[in-house]
Design a protein. Structure first.
Length: 298
């Protein structure tokens, strides 16, 4: 009888420790499941496009959103994406990548007259480039007509010499040869699916650039080494939780798993060289996001 109070205390303490352990385990499990959802890791990891190496199929397993589904999502979110701070909040270092791309474009192609902005959205990149290179003739390409309408509205008071808006999928556009001095593609190429699509789009970019022109990309990237990919995605999850909370992280991871098929930065740099670019460089990389580009030989 004398020991009962101590036993009860021990039981209560043990129960409290058990409850904390369960909560911790649940949290860790949720984090692992969220990461797994984003990576689309499955025992059947061999599934996915056959032209994608097994070690690079992390984000390829399962059905992906159609072009129309992606377009509708952006149609409904124009105002948020018209503001860089809110529209790109889930992108690590988005303002820095934009600044670096604008400065690199102005430094490498100071006499540019024609800009192609692929995945232009509401025109953030075009507006910033016009501040650095006034008087550009600008062509904006996007899936979303409401996005393009908002971009055109914002550009009315800019220095653009002419503005052309094309609602189209870049995979289906004939960009021609030697049409542009500058190309930007921000947060858009991760919607390409097969290796053939990546090669076709990069080849089209190279062909449509004039000699000495430059291409600049800012995007979500995957990693070739599975352990590194898991590490970087966990780090990205921590960023999203810090930005808002775990529910926001899970929301972002869910639509990445549903919509996106990024490729490793190394794959894209190699592809730029393969289609003809000789000067290729990285401006910035943080976790799962990178800003990089290339200059076409003169």
């Amino acid at each position: 009888m004398i020991e009962l109070p101590m036993v009860r205390g021990d039981v209560m303490a043990g129960t409290a420790r058990w409850a904390r352990a369960v909560r911790g385990s649940v949290k860790r499990t949720r984090e692992k499941l969220a990461i797994r959802a984003a990576l689309s890791i499955s025992p059947s990891v061999a599934a996915g496009p056959r032209d994608v190496p097994v070690e690079q199929r992390g984000l390829y397993f399962g059905m992906k959103s159609s072009v129309d589904e992606i377009r509708l999502r952006f149609d409904a979110d124009v105002e948020r994406f018209a503001n860089l701070e809110t529209g790109q909040s889930s992108t690590i270092d988005a303002p820095l990548s934009l600044e670096l791309i604008v400065r690199a474009a102005a430094a490498t192609t100071p006499r540019a007259t024609h800009l192609l902005d692929v995945g232009a959205g509401a025109g953030n990149y075009t507006l910033k480039l016009l501040a650095a290179l006034p008087g550009l003739d600008v062509t904006l390409v996007d899936l979303s007509r409401p996005m393009l309408d908002r971009a055109a509205e914002r550009l009315r008071g800019s220095s653009a010499s002419r503005t052309t808006c094309l609602q189209a999928d870049v995979r289906e556009l004939d960009l021609g040869e030697h049409q542009f001095d500058l190309i930007t593609a921000a947060a858009v190429l991760h919607h390409l699916r097969t290796t053939e699509e990546w090669e076709a789009v990069f080849t089209a970019f190279y062909r449509t650039l004039r000699p000495g022109g430059s291409l600049w990309i800012s995007d979500l990237v995957e990693h070739s080494v599975p352990a590194v990919q898991a590490l970087m995605w966990e780090r990205y999850g921590e960023y999203l939780v810090g930005l808002r909370d775990e529910a926001y992280r899970d929301h972002v991871f869910a639509y990445v798993a549903r919509e996106d098929t990024p490729r490793p930065l190394v794959f894209q740099l190699d592809l730029l060289r393969r289609v003809g670019f000789t000067d290729v460089d990285v401006l910035h990389k943080n976790s799962t996001f990178a800003a990089f580009g290339a200059v076409k030989p003169s």
